[in-house]
Ligand binder design. Structure first.
Ligand SMILES: Nc1nc2c(c(=O)[nH]1)N[C@H]1C(S)=C(S)[C@@H](COP(=O)(O)OP(=O)(O)OC[C@H]3O[C@@H](n4cnc5c(=O)[nH]c(N)nc54)[C@H](O)[C@@H]3O)O[C@H]1N2
Ligand SMILES: Nc1nc2c(c(=O)[nH]1)N[C@H]1C(S)=C(S)[C@@H](COP(=O)(O)OP(=O)(O)OC[C@H]3O[C@@H](n4cnc5c(=O)[nH]c(N)nc54)[C@H](O)[C@@H]3O)O[C@H]1N2
Ligand code: SF4
Ligand SMILES: [Mo]
Length: 691
């Protein structure tokens, strides 16, 4: 065989790094090694281990290759192979029948970010909008973090981490574990540390990231707002506030200063579990640093009060004026830099604002007929699912599963693997991977927008998402120019409409950098709020929902699922290093590394529970329970239990995974899943043991 050709691609996974890749393509149509490309300064040759091993997934023997139709009862896994023609006809027929019976809103196209490619991911929106199917409130990932970030700042952009890596004197990784979830963040943070910058991590447990830090602040989950307030208390009290900056760039600094004067470190200590000394010395360190930089992650926003906590943290650089300095400020994501016109991809010209909007994370309640979740509208009797595995990743999993098992529900799942969602479907369609179709990718962690091309042929009859959407549209009678174009033409036209490089140019140049000049990246020309100021007192009502209940100024918004005598532990269900949500749970390399579902507990909690390494405990609450092995772990507070990874349901004795314990109660103000906000009991031999 001749040596492999190396071709450029882009990682499609739901990860802010959006790495530029180099993929070895062998002449038998298989891929070899996947490496990080040097063409992108953020990726700079470094990618995570799971994607470096992508050949394991790409050529996995269990990749779906043919359309399947269910022949036994739901979930029985009895299937018959059918043609694409028949599969699409049957699916379209069911969607038409259900809509004729209950109205078009009974159909709910259900998708997420299995691929982050904008054409393959969001094309399902075009079908939704043209058919007036129930609309989509995306809440499983960024609803709380986006809201919290935008509350003060006004848009979703910030200072480039690469600049901070070079110039910041203090980097704070707040509420995320990039060693597991965004390898490039830790790569650049370590480069900064090496040249003398201090690295601080705020996280309830001693993650791989926290282990690399100079200081780890192990807060109780859901208490970051209190910590931020006490830091601001010290900043104002000890002269670290930059009043010139505050007067020029912020909405109500005097009110904020008066407010946080009533939020001293002692108050925050009782809430966060950190000592007063720790809070004060970190606040001073933050105050003294000229170019302090906060990398805000999603992790700490996954609580009922997560948006309020994110906002509270974004207030810190506005108090010290860190935004003004090279390397100073904060970032959460850069998606707001992309001026892409999404009309063609999503069929926005045909969006009917009168159709109801259903909450992605409340799938269980919706399928089980909860009138509130259905907003008084018709039941959902048909799901078209692409790019997501809700039977594992959704909260309130008992109800999700019960709903997916409903006999009167028609479900078509388009997937690469027989996921636990696909296993409950009526029709399963085989999907391509990113190496088998064209698409373009917006990054959150960096500023480069990238086009990627199909590199290899798919296995069997696997087809791209765009094909499925267009073929269904044709059978359903939906009409839109986007259904008549190739994925490449959609990219090209959308780019041209947006004044961006055309697709081929973008591809040839390795991506278009959308970074703005220094003043704009640092909001020195104003924030993206109506009055151009940073808002300590945000207008939460502009995000809708339960805004009135939220504190006007940053605070500890105490709506979390606090520990009680019956449920003395707070559960964090953090991402595992070699899974990506439920993806890669099928690859041997990942399974070997993650080993088994494990509860990380403070050693004193282990002693109190009379358990040691490897013992089994049940962790549960009123929704459900799972049995896991114990691992004592220092560096977290007593009463905190961490279970990493979205293990398949089948990895648990109860047949349902960790999301059997998490709640689908929407976070404030306007929804968002609260995966790390769960009070639980821990039982050994079914006896309740309290702290
Ligand atoms: N290997 C791997 N990579 C992934 C993923 C994966 O599952 N595995 N998921 C991908 C996806 S979809 C996303 S959205 C991103 C998310 O990635 P990031 O935005 O980087 O956030 P996470 O790393 O998920 O944050 C998890 C951390 O948040 C901490 N945390 C939880 N609650 C709190 C709290 O109340 N306060 C504080 N301070 N910290 C808290 C947890 O202990 C955990 O260490 O990662 C992506 N990358
Ligand atoms: N307990 C707990 N639950 C969580 C989280 C947590 O931290 N804790 N994290 C949450 C977060 S942040 C997120 S974003 C969600 C993510 O949840 P999901 O979006 O469901 O993510 P995955 O589990 O990675 O599933 C993506 C699926 O898409 C498929 N796929 C990939 N590419 C394609 C394609 O091109 N076409 C088609 N048709 N399919 C494709 C993959 O095979 C995979 O099965 O999970 C959430 N759930
Ligand atoms: S770090 Fe994220 S973007 Fe980069 S290769 Fe891994 S999953 Fe993909
Ligand atoms: Mo996510």
């Amino acid at each position: 065989m001749s040596p492999p050709t190396t071709l450029p691609s882009v990682c499609p996974h739901d990860c802010t790094s959006t790495c530029a890749l180099e993929v070895e393509v062998l002449d038998n149509g298989r891929i070899g090694k996947v490496r990080g490309s040097q063409r992108n300064a953020y990726t700079a040759g470094v990618i995570c281990e799971k994607v470096a091993r992508y050949a394991e997934r790409q050529h996995h023997p269990e990749r779906l290759q043919h359309p399947l139709m269910r022949t036994g009862p739901k979930g029985s896994q009895q299937w018959k192979r059918i043609t694409w023609e028949e599969a699409l006809d049957r699916t379209a027929d069911q969607l038409l029948q259900k809509a004729a019976q209950h109205g078009s809103e009974t159909v709910w196209p259900y998708f997420y970010a299995g691929t982050m490619g904008l054409v393959q991911r969001d094309g399902i929106q075009r079908l939704r909008h043209t058919m007036k199917y129930s609309r989509w409130h995306a809440t499983i990932c960024v609803a709380l973090s986006d809201t919290g970030w935008m509350a003060g700042i006004g848009s979703k952009r910030g200072v480039d981490l690469l600049e901070a890596a070079e110039h910041a004197d203090l980097i704070v990784i707040w509420g995320g574990n990039p060693v597991n979830t965004q390898v490039n963040v830790i790569q650049h943070a370590m480069a900064a540390k090496k040249r003398g910058a201090r690295l601080v991590v705020v996280d309830p447990y001693r993650t791989g990231t926290a282990e690399k830090a100079d200081l780890h602040l192990a807060v109780r989950p859901g208490t970051d707002g209190a910590l931020a307030c006490a830091i601001m208390h010290v900043l104002f009290a000890e002269g670290f506030a930059d009043w010139d900056y505050l007067r020029r760039y912020t909405d109500c600094p005097d009110e904020l200063a008066a407010h946080v004067s009533t939020r001293p470190p002692a108050w925050a200590s009782a809430i966060t579990g950190l000592s007063e000394d720790t809070i004060i010395s970190f606040a001073r360190e933050y105050g003294r640093a000229r170019a302090s930089f906060i990398r805000c992650h999603h992790g700490f926003s996954r609580s009922r009060n997560g948006a309020a906590n994110m906002h509270a943290v974004t207030c810190l650089p506005a108090v010290t004026g860190a935004w003004q300095h090279r390397g100073g400020g904060a970032v959460y994501g850069h998606a707001g830099l992309l001026p892409l016109n999404r009309g063609l991809i999503e069929g926005l010209d045909q969006l009917d604002p009168n159709t109801r909007v259903l909450d992605q994370s409340r799938l269980g309640a919706i399928l089980m007929g909860d009138a509130d979740a259905l907003q008084g509208g018709p039941p959902v009797t048909a799901l078209l699912i692409q790019n997501t595995n809700p039977a594992v990743v959704c909260p309130d999993l008992h109800r999700v599963r019960a709903g997916l098992l409903r006999d009167d529900l028609f479900t078509c799942v388009h997937e690469q693997f027989m996921t636990e969602t696909a296993a409950l479907a009526d029709i399963v369609l085989p999907a391509t991977t990113f190496l088998e179709h064209d698409d373009f990718y917006s990054a959150s962690g960096h500023t480069v927008f990238q086009v990627a091309k199909k590199l290899v042929e798919p296995p069997g009859e696997a087809r791209e998402n765009h094909f499925v959407i267009c073929e269904l549209a044709r059978r359903l009678g939906a009409s839109h120019p986007g259904f008549e174009m190739t994925a490449w033409d959609i990219m090209d036209q959308s780019l041209r409409q947006s004044g961006l490089w055309d697709a081929q140019t973008n591809y040839e140049r390795g991506g278009q950098d959308l970074a703005a000049p220094f003043d704009r990246m640092h909001f020195l020309d104003g924030f993206d709020t109506p009055d151009r100021k940073f808002h300590f007192k945000p207008d939460w009502s502009r995000f809708g929902g339960r805004a009135a209940e939220m504190p006007a100024l940053p605070d500890h918004f105490d709506v979390i699922d606090n520990a009680t005598d019956d449920k003395p532990y707070r559960l964090v269900t953090a991402p595992a290093r070699t899974f990506l949500n439920s993806t890669f749970t099928e690859t041997p390399g990942s399974l070997k590394r993650e080993r088994r579902p494990t509860a990380l507990l403070h050693p004193d909690d282990c002693t109190a529970l009379k358990v040691s390494e490897g013992d089994r405990v049940s962790v549960g609450n009123e929704r459900g329970s799972v049995t896991v092995h114990v691992q004592p772990k220092t560096g977290q507070q007593r009463g905190v239990v961490v279970i990493e990874g979205l293990w398949p349901n089948r990895a648990f004795d109860t047949g349902l995974g960790i999301n059997a314990l998490t709640s689908a109660e929407p976070g404030w103000p306007n929804g968002g899943a609260v995966f790390h906000d769960t009070a639980v009991w821990i039982r050994v031999n079914t006896e309740a043991v309290s702290l």
